[in-house]
Design a protein around this ligand. Sequence first.
Ligand code: NG6
Ligand code: CA
Length: 514
Amino acid sequence: MNKINKSVQLGILTGVLVSCAGSDKPSTPNIIVILADDLGYGDLSVQGATEVNTPNIDKLANQGIRFTNAYATSATSTPSRYALMTGMYPWKNRDAKILPGDAPLIINPSQFTLPKMMQESGYVTGAIGKWHLGMGAGNVNWNDTIKPNANDIGFDYSNLIAATNDRVPTVFVENGLVVGLDINDPIFISYEKNFEGEPTALTNPEMMKIQWDHGHNQSVHNGIPRIGYQKGGKSAMWKDEDMADYFTGQVKDFITQNKNKPFFLYFGLHQPHVPRTPNQRFVGATNLGPRGDAIVEADWCVGELMAHLEKEGLLENTIVIFSSDNGPVLNDGYKDQAAELANKYDYKPAGNLRGGKYSLFDGGTHIPLFVYWKHKVQSKVSDALICQVDVLASIASLINYPLKGEFDSQNLLPLLLGKNDEGRKNLVIEANGKMAYREQDWVLIPPYSGPERNLTGNELGNLPSGGLFNLSKDQEQLINIKDVYADKFNSMQKTFLEIVGEFYNPETEEIELK
Ligand code: NG6
Ligand code: CA
C-alpha cells in the first residue's frame, strides 16, 4: 500500500471513530456549579422568600434535591470559594480571607484542585464570573498577562472579575488579560493610596449615582464608589448594569463551544453582592429595591443557562449544582435601602436563621444548595448535613478519579445524587478568622470576645462565654444551652480542638498557623 492510500484509509477510520463518539453521549456528565454571592437561605421563593419570585432557581430545587442543611465553609467569599476549589478547610490557609482586588492568587499552582481533577479526567473546564481567589504573584501589572491566573489552577478558560463588584479593578480578566484594554490608556491599581489627581468619592461626591454608607469611598466608576484606587483603563471598565448579560453570554458561548466534550463550568454569579445594580429590565421587579431586584436578575441568569442547556440538548447529561458562597447581608456598605425595605416588608433573607454574612451563627454559612440532573436525580428534600467542600471528593467518586492525599472534602456522592441520606457527622465553620463546630444537630460556638455586630448590623456570633445550640429544637439559635448541657459543651469543645488542632489558638482567638 502506498503512502497516499494509507492516509486515506486512516482518514476513513478516524472518521468512523469520530462519528461513533459524536452519536454517543459521553459517559461523564457535564458539571456546572453556579455559586451566587451573598444569597441567603431565605432569599429564594422555594425557601420561603415572600417578596422575591425565583422560578428558575426554584425549578432546580423542586425537580432536584433541595438540601436544608447545607453549608459553605465560611461566612465570607474568599475562604468559602477556596474550600470549594481545593476540597480543604480554608482556615488551613492563612491567606484565605477577604482579599483585595490586587491580591496574589492564594491557590498554589502546584496544589490539587477540583478543576485540575476535571481536566485530568478529560473535561474542558471554565470559570466565568466572580473569582475572589487572587490573581498574579503580587504587584500585578494589569497591562500584561497576569500570571499565575485561574488557568494555572485547572481552568482551560476563564473570564472573571478579579475580586468583587465593589472592588477595583472594575474590569473583566479573560485568561489572564484585561478585556478591552487600550494600550494607550494603561490601567493601574492600588489599595494603599490614590493616584495623583484622580477623583474619589470623598473629593468628588457629585460623581456618584449610588451613595456609600461605610467603606466604599475611594475610586468612583460608573457613578459607583469602590474599594481601592484605579487609574486609567477607561475602555476596559465594566458597566455594572450589563454584567449579568455579559457573563450569561459568556456562559452560553462556553456551553455551545464545548457541547461535544464533557465540561466542567464554574459560574460565579455576582448577585446580590453590593453594589446591587440590576439591569433596567429588573428594576422594580420586587418591593425590596436593588437587592431584591438583583436576586430576580440572578434567577434570570439561571433560567437563561438552563434554557441554553436544553437548546443544546444537554439537559439530561448535565449535573447542575446551585449554591451561595455565604449568608446574606442587607447594608454591606451602600445606601441602597436594602435594610429599610426588608424591615418594611418583614423580609428575612436568612429565613429563620440567626445572623448572616460574617456571622458564626447559622445565617453566616447555612446556605441554599440544590442538585439538579434531569431524569437522573429524583425530586427530594434532604436534611442531611453537607458542605460545599464535599463537592470535590463526591465528584471524584462520580467520575472514578482516584484521589491521592488527605482532604477535608468527604465523598457524599450517594447523598448528592439522592440515593441515600447519609451526610457528614460534623463540620467546622469559619467567620472572620474564628471557628465554630457543628456535630449532627448541635452547634458549639467557642468563647470569643469582640463586638456583637459589625457595621452591617449583622450579629457576628461573638459570645464571651461561648454557646451551645440544638438546631433540631431551636433552629433560630435563640436558646444558649451550654450550661444546661455542660458535658456536651465540653465534649464538643474537645472534639473541635482535636479537629482544628494547631490552627486554633484559644489565647488570641485567632486561627494560627504554627
Ligand atoms: C467587606 C466590604 C463588603 C464586602 C466584603 C466582601 C467594607 C466596609 N465592606 O470588607 O462590602 O465587599 O468585604 O464580601 O469595605 S464577600 O462576599 O466577597 O466576602
Ligand atoms: Ca459573598
